[in-house]
Ligand binder design. Structure first.
Ligand code: NAD
Length: 381
């Protein structure tokens, strides 16, 4: 069978779902590989590099969809790409199934089998295919770099002949995948790093990375936001008030705030209010990773960088992984390659789409002319 990656059509998207290295691994599984001409260009992978790795370069996206049994993509397919799907073809891509009925109906009508990368269950066996995590890791790292780029001072404290420089103080809100990556980056740059999460079980992890966990003055245990599977649920009004009171106290002290708070399938909780922004020092920076879901900061403008009247920069970009396209493509293409390894147990270049396998079943949103989303809960945790 042949697997190929087209050039992404979403405006500004620089990532690609297959790299020359991942293609070599896919060939070891018995597949022929193809790429649309120029698909890797923005991520630093030229047609020549693909050819060198034994990948066929096809002129157009249409030709690629026609030639391939399996199509690997980053962004959910657009209307033209959906029309190109064919019976029995497999598409592996982010697909946003919870808000993409049209896409699922189109794929079902075509008889294509769609594996949605955001649906890979967050269980240990599937970590190697967990593209949400690999992309969130990049976003967390890049959020700190972006903050540094907009912050006029050092992260680390210094004593120099020209004077003493205090270290920057960074607050990370939400210590999931992106938050932990931000914490690691911030501490390694030498900033005093504080972190808060509604799940108290992450405190130890935060502290082991050299950051300080922010505890609330809250009578109940700080477990109010905890729920199963490593995800948070909605906080009670009392807990939220205690959290906001703590943030109000911290706002004038911190130089950089990175917000990453997320509750699955909901709008982002609003945690950094207008009065907190007003209380921050001029020159402070907020990077809001939740911008796409409405933002954790009240004043965030999606996909924009703004500066408030009191001189606080607020970054609401939603494309951090694409801004690090070489790294993001490498990790994403590896996630796809691992998915293909599980789909090819015999290493014979033939897909075995085993719907009894929890991970494959969990990620499959259309199969043999049926919509199979949402999946049943996984049997194994
Ligand atoms: P995650 O589920 O691993 O982490 C989210 C964390 O937020 C969890 O630890 C959760 O407990 C915590 N949380 C929930 N409610 C909270 C609250 N009220 N206060 C404090 N913490 C709270 O998610 P993730 O994979 O780390 O993603 C984080 C965010 O980054 C998401 O919104 C995601 O969409 C976004 N993201 C943005 C980009 C970008 O380019 N901007 C790229 C990738 C991911």
């Amino acid at each position: 069978m042949k697997i190929g990656a087209p050039k992404e059509t979403f405006a500004g998207e620089a990532r690609v779902a297959m790299t020359p290295d991942s293609a070599k691994q896919l060939q070891k599984l018995g597949y022929d590989c193809a790429i649309e001409s120029g698909a890797g260009e923005a991520a630093g992978f030229s047609n020549a590099m693909y050819k060198e790795a034994g990948v066929e370069v096809l002129k157009t996206g249409a030709a690629l969809f026609k030639a391939c049994d399996i199509v690997a993509k980053v962004r959910q397919p657009d209307a033209t790409e959906l029309k190109r799907l064919d019976k029995g073809q497999t598409l592996i891509s982010f697909f946003n199934p919870a808000a993409n009925d049209e896409g699922m109906e189109a794929a079902k009508a075509k008889g294509a089998n769609v594996i949605a990368m955001e649906m890979v269950p967050r269980i240990s066996r599937a970590q190697k295919m967990d593209a949400l995590s690999s992309m969130a890791n990049i976003a967390g790292y890049r959020a700190v770099i972006e903050a540094g780029n907009n912050f006029g001072r050092f992260f680390t404290g210094q004593i120099t002949a020209a004077g003493k420089v205090p270290p920057a103080k960074v607050l990370v809100v939400g210590a999931g995948v992106a938050g932990l990556a931000a914490i690691g980056t911030s501490t390694s740059l030498g900033a005093i790093t504080l972190a808060f999460d509604v799940r108290p079980e992450v405190a130890e992890q935060v502290e082991s990375m050299g950051a300080e966990f922010v505890y609330l003055d809250f009578e109940e245990e700080q477990a109010d936001g905890a729920s199963s599977g490593g995800y948070a649920s909605v906080s009670s009004p009392e807990f939220r008030e205690a959290q906001l009171a703590k943030f109000r106290e911290l706002a004038p002290e911190v130089d950089i705030v990175i917000t990453t708070a997320l509750i699955p399938n909901r709008e982002a909780p609003e945690l950094w209010t207008e009065d907190m922004v007003k209380a921050m020092k001029p020159g402070s920076v907020i990077v809001d990773l939740a911008a796409e879901k409405g933002g954790n900061c009240k004043l965030t403008v999606m996909d924009e960088k703004i500066v408030t009247d009191n001189g606080v920069t607020i970054v609401g970009y939603t494309d951090f992984p694409s801004r690090m396209a070489a790294q993001a493509s490498t990790l994403y293409a590896t996630n796809i390659r691992h998915m293909m390894t599980d789909l090819t147990p015999e290493k014979d270049g033939q897909i075995n789409h085993d719907m009894e396998d929890d991970v494959i079943r969990g990620a499959t949103v259309t199969f043999e002319g049926e919509i199979t989303f949402p999946p049943p809960p996984p049997k194994v945790q």
